[in-house]
Design a protein around this ligand. Structure first.
Ligand code: GDP
Ligand code: MG
Length: 441
């Protein structure tokens, strides 16, 4: 049986690397998917370039196809581009803290103003005032007032004939006098970007000096997303994006476009017309939705887990037999980085606590691990299998190859010697019936 297992693990080691042709073929499909999800063309192109650089040469896991592996890489890249989870609103400032809502007409500014006000009131116990700066459509002011009444949120009394700038000043003044924590300024929008709109919003921003300037954007926006986000960011300077209508059947490509173009976080997501239909942004979810290939991604993730597990078990077996070469050490180092330490492996081996403690004391951090990996990868396969080959000139060559010193190479070799010595002793102890389970049998 152990021969059979050995064959399986040899197969594991010989898994292939992604070839350029595989990557190109898979990316053709991905490109279509992204365009269908309304990701803007320049953003798609940029992403394709990054994925290609990352994918060609990357290893393919057993039990998945090259195409599937590429899709997983695209998914990870999307997730990274979309940014981190749950970036809350920044209201840490002396009250009243102004929040400015900007965006095109119909994007959901007024609705989102009420949603944010409700959340801040109920969840964060803030006293919130809302003010409509939409002077062009009287109905817009009424709309905000009604939303305020429905949700028990104060709105600034409507005064006819004031400019947006006047209203902004009045709102800040009232908020200060009446002890509000937050004042939400809901601006007017246009059907498309125009100079009037930008000038007005810019002026309000100067007056209010908001802690947050949120670009409210319809998630169904297609190729325009880039222009909208770019213009608002350049002219007004946004601090974040709120994507509305994520309850629709759009795939949310605008999220990616806006994030890629402005680099500003997507802070919140609107998922309905009601005042509580507001959610935190989760890159993972949106990445899955944009790509629309969730099944493949979870398949590859599962394969990845199995693979890591098998790798750890195989290593544990080798360690038991006292065979532990530099390739194994390299695998181990990679895992330490990925799994946050040797703990998972040590958990499988009795009596390893002491070594673990020594490593902690030696300051085994991420940078050190990377340096050690670099040293091993500068060695030839023979050297890795038989570290005794490492004489002075080989050490010099390796050190030069990875840009480190001979002392560092020596330190790594010494560590390996100690580790493999310890494994050998443990292996013998287990053969004498030291209580070690024989996993290969
Ligand atoms: P504004 O012109 O930017 O102020 O946009 P409004 O807030 O007036 O919203 C325009 C329309 O979109 C309204 O009918 C809202 O109910 C609707 N709306 C806003 N946000 C969402 C959302 O997240 N989901 C859905 N389904 N509708 C929304
Ligand atoms: Mg409005």
């Amino acid at each position: 049986l152990s021969d059979k297992l050995g064959a399986i693990f040899d197969g594991l080691q010989k898994r292939g690397a992604l070839k350029e042709a595989d990557v190109t073929a898979a990316l053709r499909e991905v490109r279509v998917a992204l365009l269908e999800a309304d990701v803007a063309l320049p953003v798609v192109k940029d992403l394709m370039g990054r994925v290609k650089a990352r994918a060609v040469g990357a290893e393919v896991l057993r039990s998945v196809t090259p195409g599937q592996q590429v899709i997983k890489i695209v998914h990870d890249e999307l997730k990274e581009t979309l940014g981190s989870d749950g970036q809350g609103l920044n209201i840490h400032r002396a009250p009243p803290v102004p929040i400015l809502m900007v965006g095109l007409q119909g994007s959901g500014k007024t609705t989102t103003s009420a949603k944010i006000a409700k959340r801040l009131t109920e969840r964060d116990k803030q006293k919130v005032l809302m003010a409509s700066l939409d002077t062009r459509r009287p109905a817009a002011m009424e709309q905000l007032k009604t939303l305020g009444e429905q949700n028990q949120i104060a709105t600034l009394p409507i005064v006819e004939g004031q400019t947006a700038a006047d209203i902004a000043k009045r709102a800040l003044q009232a908020a200060k006098l009446q002890g509000f924590d937050v004042v939400i300024l809901d601006t007017a929008g246009r059907m498309a970007i125009d100079e009037d709109l930008m000038a007005e919003v810019e002026q309000v921003r100067r007056i209010a000096d908001p802690a947050e300037t949120l670009l409210v954007a319809d998630s169904l926006t297609g190729q325009d997303a880039v222009t909208t986000a770019k213009t608002f960011d350049e002219r007004v300077g946004i601090t974040g994006v709120v994507l509305t209508r994520m309850d629709g059947d759009g795939r949310g490509g605008a999220a990616l476009s806006m994030r890629a173009v402005t680099g500003k976080p997507i802070k919140l997501v609107g998922v309905g017309e009601k005042a509580d239909a507001l959610e935190d942004f989760h890159p993972e979810r949106i990445a899955g939705r944009i790509l629309g290939m969730g099944d493949i991604v979870s398949l590859v993730e599962k394969a990845q887990e199995t693979f890591e597990q098998e790798k750890a078990e195989r290593l544990a077996r080798k360690m038991q037999k006292g065979r532990f070469d530099l390739d194994d050490l390299s695998t181990q180092l990679q895992q330490m980085r990925k799994m946050g330490g040797m703990k998972s492996l040590m958990g499988m081996m009795p009596g390893m606590g002491k070594l673990q403690k020594q490593m902690d004391e030696a300051g085994f951090d991420d940078r050190m691990i990377r340096r050690q990996e670099a040293i091993i990868s500068s060695m030839t396969p023979q050297e890795r299998r038989a570290p005794d080959l490492m004489n002075a000139s080989r050490k010099r060559r390796v050190a030069a190859g990875c840009g480190l010193t001979v002392q560092e190479v020596n330190r790594l070799l010494k560590m390996h010697k100690q580790m493999s010595g310890m494994m050998k002793r443990m292996g013998k102890a287990s053969k004498r019936g030291g209580g070690m389970p024989n996993m290969a049998a």
